[in-house]
Design a protein around this ligand. Structure first.
Ligand code: HSE
Length: 439
């Protein structure tokens, strides 16, 4: 039986998942590949750190050159996370003609141009399935399963931590800090959970989805992004009473003038499939011209799901190696990739959930409603509890569809009223099925 040597850079949560899958699923992998995968070395920072998955001590090294300089290693698996030293080590591996598999979305979303160009010049592959939606094979589906279709729009729940936190607050009554701590303990959150809760992780994943869906390279820092830090338990509970569930969505649509991409929390209708995506699960709904809507669902984070996606990439690379088709299909899905600036979202129209913070005094509702009306914002529904005179009210308003620019201008004016007690909360209302229009 032929053996293909691989080297691991990193043995954290996902790295240990990779090692477990290589051991526990060795027969299944060998049966599909017709070859054995052999780990030639594992780069770690601390040789003595206890690990839940034991690594034979002779494989552990704190010297990357032991892996990169080993000519038998055909595939380097980068699981260090972050930009450096991951970027330098990946470029070094490519320069030595090694294929690369990574789950590092921050690296590819920010340095993808350099890395993919280096790989193309060397005729090697860089696969990255584990970087988006953990174990859900969404990139391979977009690259291969939908290779003959035109992608019109994508709507995803792609951050398991945010989904877990929103669920834990809304369904289980946990406060925000406790919910984030639980997500961290379960191994879903990034080392710095602000990347999750601020929507940055989702924006990086959306940039990679835009690459593979549209052949457009979008800088994730240019994607309009709002995280979940301002969503309160009150909003989650009120949304539920009104027939909605709050989710952090990553959305992209192809338009004639470019790509419209954004990340923000949204109220989705309770009968939408997205309302049933709970805890660390992810879902991506793709709207494409010929197929129409298709949905991809599964665990979006964690040792074994993401480890599985990484090892499946290794299997794909090794299949290409064995077929003497070294570089395989283009990892970015398109032969030519263009740079694209995300379109401004000022003209995008949504219904909105608003929560205006005012005291219960005569005329306050009229002042808020007239201001909204002056800006062309029409009220669809209104709801408030029955406080005593002068007591603070959470005045909940659902608007009709209105352009972002109009609602933003209206709320800027409302929030300047003398008697407004704090910034108005706004959460957009999105029907995931409508993203990308009618195929
Ligand atoms: N921190 C990510 C999430 C997992 O919570 O979805 C890795 O992408």
């Amino acid at each position: 039986m032929r053996t293909i040597a691989i080297g691991l850079l990193g043995a954290g949560n996902v790295g240990q998942g990779v090692l477990r899958i290589l051991t526990e699923n060795a027969d299944a992998i060998e049966g599909r590949l017709g070859a054995q995968l052999d780990v030639a070395g594992v780069l770690v920072r601390d040789l003595d750190k206890p690990r839940s998955v034991p690594v034979p001590p002779d494989l552990l090294t704190d010297d990357p050159q032991r892996i990169l300089g080993d000519p038998s290693v055909r595939v380097v698996v980068e699981l260090l996370g972050g930009i450096e030293p991951a970027r330098s080590l990946v470029l070094d591996a490519i320069a030595r003609g090694k294929h690369v598999v990574t789950a590092n979305k921050a690296l590819l979303a920010t340095c993808g141009r350099e890395i993919f160009a280096a790989a193309a010049a060397q005729g090697v592959s860089v696969y990255f399935e584990g970087s988006v939606a953990g174990g859900v094979p969404i990139l391979r589906t977009l690259r291969e399963g939908l290779a003959s279709d035109r992608i019109l729009g994508i709507c995803g729940i792609v951050n398991g931590t945010c989904n877990f936190v929103l669920d834990a607050m809304g369904r289980h009554g946990l406060d925000y800090a406790a919910a984030v701590a639980e997500a961290q303990d379960a191994g879903y959150a990034e080392a710095d959970p602000s990347l999750d809760v601020e929507g940055i992780d989702a924006a990086q994943k959306l940039a990679l989805l835009c690459l593979v869906s549209f052949g457009l390279r979008v800088d994730p820092r240019r994607i309009p992004t709002e995280g979940i830090t301002r969503v309160r338990a009150f909003d989650l509970q009120t949304a539920e009473r009104l027939g909605y569930v709050v989710k952090l969505l990553a959305l992209a649509e192809a338009t004639e003038s470019g790509v419209r991409a954004r990340v923000h929390p949204a109220l989705v209708p309770r009968d939408s499939v997205f309302a049933g995506v709970h805890g660390p699960f992810n879902a991506v709904l793709v709207n494409s011209a010929a197929l129409g809507r298709s949905l991809y669902y599964g665990l979006g984070a964690g040792m074994m799901p993401t480890g599985m996606a990484v090892v499946s990439d290794v299997v794909e690379v090794c299949r290409n190696v064995l077929a003497f088709a070294d570089a395989g299909p283009p990892p970015e899905a398109f032969r030519e990739v263009r740079d694209a600036e995300p379109l401004p979202i000022d003209e995008v129209e949504h219904e909105n959930y608003l929560c205006v913070h005012v005291p219960n005094v005569p005329g306050v509702l009229g002042r808020v409603a007239s201001c909204l009306g002056r800006h062309g914002v029409s009220i669809k529904r209104m709801n408030q509890d029955t406080p005593g005179p002068g007591e603070p009210i959470d005045m909940v308003i659902l608007t009709e569809r209105v352009a972002e620019a109009r609602i933003a201008a209206a709320l800027a004016e409302v929030d300047r009223f003398d008697d407004v007690l704090g910034p108005t909360d706004r959460i957009r209302i999105v029907d995931p099925d409508a993203v990308g229009g009618v195929p």
